[in-house]
Write a protein that binds this ligand. Structure first.
Ligand code: HEM
Length: 182
């Protein structure tokens, strides 16, 4: 994945737990890179190893690491670096989510070699969406859930998101039910 993803994991850890914890995570993961390039492409294994070591060193589940990472991704990385791109998706979390299937094609203007996830959205009623997530990667559904909740915070909408189906081998096909509570 592009280095911005690893930079963001580093940012989450150092902002929340300090530089020393990040160094412990680097050491535990045996990732021998202390500065990631935003647009460099790194093997996915590096990202997974960092997340697994963060879970071990910070003593939280891997799903919790990925969920926090998803929220951090929206509220810090996307909000601060790609605010106008984020706003092209709408001005309400539900509107944004309905446009999500096209979102990474706009991200490709910045990251042309991305291997993006795919999404499909079904509108059940004005307060309920079903979100299907497909990836050739595995293990990242909690990251998606963190992003969805982060989008609620970003747009100021209270939403809940529940994983209702998960099919995973080397690839992922998972489904979320998202409800808007406002
Ligand atoms: C400005 C906002 C965003 C930017 C710049 C961005 C960019 C990226 C980049 C660079 C990657 C790494 C993939 C690669 O290098 O092959 C990625 C992965 C991913 N993105 Fe986005 N993204 C954004 C918003 C979102 C949103 C709103 C979602 C919604 C859930 C999302 C879901 C994901 C997921 C799940 C992955 C992991 C890859 C996978 O599932 O296979 N992203 N994104």
């Amino acid at each position: 994945m592009y280095g911005i993803v690893n930079q963001a994991i580093q940012g989450l850890v150092t902002d929340s737990f300090g530089q020393q914890k990040w160094e412990e995570i680097l050491k535990d993961s045996k990732v021998d890179i202390d500065s990631f390039s935003n647009k460099g492409i790194y093997p996915d294994k590096i990202t997974y190893d960092l997340a697994i070591s963060a879970s071990k060193i910070l003593n939280v589940s891997l799903d919790d690491v990925l969920f926090s990472f998803g929220k951090y991704w929206v509220l810090n990385i996307a909000n601060l670096k790609y605010n106008s791109l984020l706003k092209t998706g709408g001005n309400h979390a539900f509107e944004f989510l309905k446009n999500l299937p096209n979102f990474h094609s706009r991200v490709m203007l910045y990251y042309p070699d991305i291997q993006p996830p795919e999404f499909q959205v079904e509108e059940v009623d004005s307060k309920t969406l079903i979100l299907h997530y497909y990836s050739f990667r595995s293990g990242l559904s909690s990251f998606v859930k963190g992003i969805v909740i982060g989008l609620g915070d970003f747009f100021g909408n209270e939403i809940v998101c529940e994983l209702i189906d998960l099919k995973e081998d080397q690839h992922t096909s998972s489904t979320f039910e998202i409800k808007w509570l406002d």
